[in-house]
Structures are given as structure tokens and as C-alpha cells.
Design a protein around this ligand. Structure first.
Ligand code: NAI
Length: 242
């Protein structure tokens, strides 16, 4: 069976991606780091609709946890492979650079960028061997244009975009596509303490986006119809141009 691994799949954008890709017929691997009950409810929702879902708890910023979890999944799924990887797990630790603590810098870089590296390196070989794969990296408007108070997050997402373009070149001949999506402001836990009323003034569409809208874009990039799209960054931001 073809599986889709969604990092940070227990809530927000990741949970919507899990549900939409399940409807496309993929077995879903829900990665998450600490909220067992949220992850379980995504799994149950998928199963209620007749889909297949598994939980795979590991911290993408932790090298050993990531390697061990993926090795043991592969050992117990000899006839299956991860055909779709969505690198979605993410955190924000905003501050002006002059006040930024070491941990705010390193934890954000580790989660987004080192997480991408460790997880992707494990799954790319089976994809290349099978000659079919999809990697979608969830970047951000911040990684395209830079945002004040987010030098750490902008650097991580900007790095993820550059890595997307480089990896796409390495695996294009193997029919593995690698793309990034760059959302603007999306209503999730990550944005709940932002001043939505004030920010909406800056968004031509006059609203935040939804997790389902981002998931629909990811679903398209995963589809067969998107086979000739690779190395791209697709922005989804209600016209908030970069
Ligand atoms: P969220 O905070 O609702 O969900 C983040 C998910 O990542 C959670 O499931 C969390 O458990 C998981 N996670 C965090 N650190 C992890 C780690 N070390 N290992 C494994 N899982 C981990 O946030 P949201 O909004 O759904 O974000 C998803 C992605 O979209 C993130 O990469 C975020 O940077 C990106 N994004 C979000 C935007 C927004 O406006 N909400 C805008 C642009 C990008």
C-alpha cells in the first residue's frame, strides 16, 4: 500500500491534509509530538470514513527519535512504502533578533529545517526506487519575503524553500516531485493569539485562510495531474503579495 506521512498531523493544517489525503486512497501516517488525544481523534475520524491511519509519535527535531521511528515503521511494513511526505511540523518562537534567545533560534531551525532533512532522507530512497513520490514542504510567506520578529522562522522557511528547489533537481528523473506551499495567514492554533482584525486589513481577500484550503492545494500537488510541477513554491495567501 502507498502511505502518506504527514509530520505534525495531529491538528491544524496537518490534520486537514491527513483527512484529505486519506480520501485519495493513501494509508495515513500521523506524526505528532505530544498531544495523544488530538492525534487519536484525527485517526478515528479517518477510520470512521473507511480510511487507514496509523500514529507515529516522534519529535522531528530529535535525530534519534526520527530515525528510530521511521526505521521501525519500515521494518514492520515490508510490502508498503511512504509515497507521499508532507513536511508540515512547525513551531513559532517570535522575537526581535536583538532579544532572541539561543533556544528560540535553534529550536525553530531544528524543527523546520533539520526535521525536513532527517525525515526526507529516510523516505527518499524508497520513493526513488519505486520511481514515484511526492514531497510537499509547508513553508510560509515569512520564508518568501521575511517578516519582522521572525528572523528564526523566516530563515528556517527560506532554507526549506531553497532545499525544495535543490532536492527537486536531484530526483526529477525518478518521478519524484518536490514542491513547497507558502501559506499566508491561516486560522489554526499557531495564529490564534495574532490580532486577526488588524491583520485582515492587509489581506486583499479580507480574511484568514482555512486549513482545508491549504490541504486542497497539497492534495493537488500530490495528484497524478501535478506530475510536471516540481521545484516550485506555490503561495496561498488571499492575495497578500510578496
Ligand atoms: P499548529 O501549531 O496548529 O500545528 C503544528 C503541528 O506541528 C502540531 O501538530 C504539532 O504537534 C506539530 N509539531 C510541532 N513541533 C513538532 C515536532 N518537533 N515534531 C513533530 N511534530 C511537531 O500549526 P499550523 O498552523 O497547522 O502549522 C502547520 C505548518 O504550517 C507549520 O509548518 C507552520 O509553520 C506552517 N504555516 C502556518 C501558517 C498559519 O498561518 N497557520 C502560515 C504559514 C505556514
Amino acid at each position: 500500500m502507498k502511505y502518506a506521512l504527514i509530520t505534525g498531523g495531529s491538528r491544524g493544517i496537518g490534520a486537514s491534509i491527513c483527512k484529505q489525503l486519506s480520501k485519495e486512497g493513501y494509508g495515513i501516517i500521523i506524526n505528532y509530538v505530544n498531544n495523544d488525544s488530538a492525534a487519536n481523534s484525527v485517526k478515528e475520524e479517518i477510520e470512521k470514513e473507511g480510511g487507514i491511519a496509523e500514529l507515529l509519535k516522534f519529535n522531528v527535531a530529535d535525530n534519534d527519535q526520527t530515525d528510530n521511528a521511521l526505521d521501525s515503521w519500515m521494518d514492520s511494513h515490508k510490502d508498503d512504502y511512504i509515497a507521499v511526505l508532507v513536511n508540515n511540523a512547525g513551531i513559532r518562537k517570535d522575537n526581535l533578533l536583538m532579544w532572541m534567545e539561543d533556544d528560540d533560534w535553534y529550536s525553530v531551525i531544528n524543527t523546520h529545517l533539520n526535521g525536513f532533512f532527517r525525515v526526507t532522507r529516510k523516505v527518499i530512497t524508497p520513493m526513488a526506487k519505486k520511481k514515484w513520490g511526492r514531497i510537499i514542504n509547508v513553508a510560509s510567506l515569512s520564508g518568501v519575503r521575511g517578516m519582522q520578529g521572525q528572523t528564526n522562522y523566516s530563515a528556517a522557511k527560506g532554507g526549506l524553500i531553497a532545499a525544495t528547489k535543490a532536492l527537486a533537481l536531484e530526483v526529477a528523473k525518478r518521478k519524484v516531485t518536490v514542491n513547497a506551499v507558502a501559506p499566508g495567514f491561516i486560522t489554526t492554533d499557531m495564529t490564534k493569539e495574532l490580532n486577526e482584525e488588524q491583520l485582515i486589513e492587509t489581506i486583499p481577500a479580507g480574511r484568514f485562510g482555512t486549513a482545508d484550503e491549504v490541504a486542497s492545494l497539497v492534495k493537488f500537488l500530490v495528484s497524478e495531474e501535478a506530475a510536471y510541477i516540481t521545484g516550485q513554491v506555490i503561495e496561498i495567501n488571499g492575495g497578500l503579495n510578496t
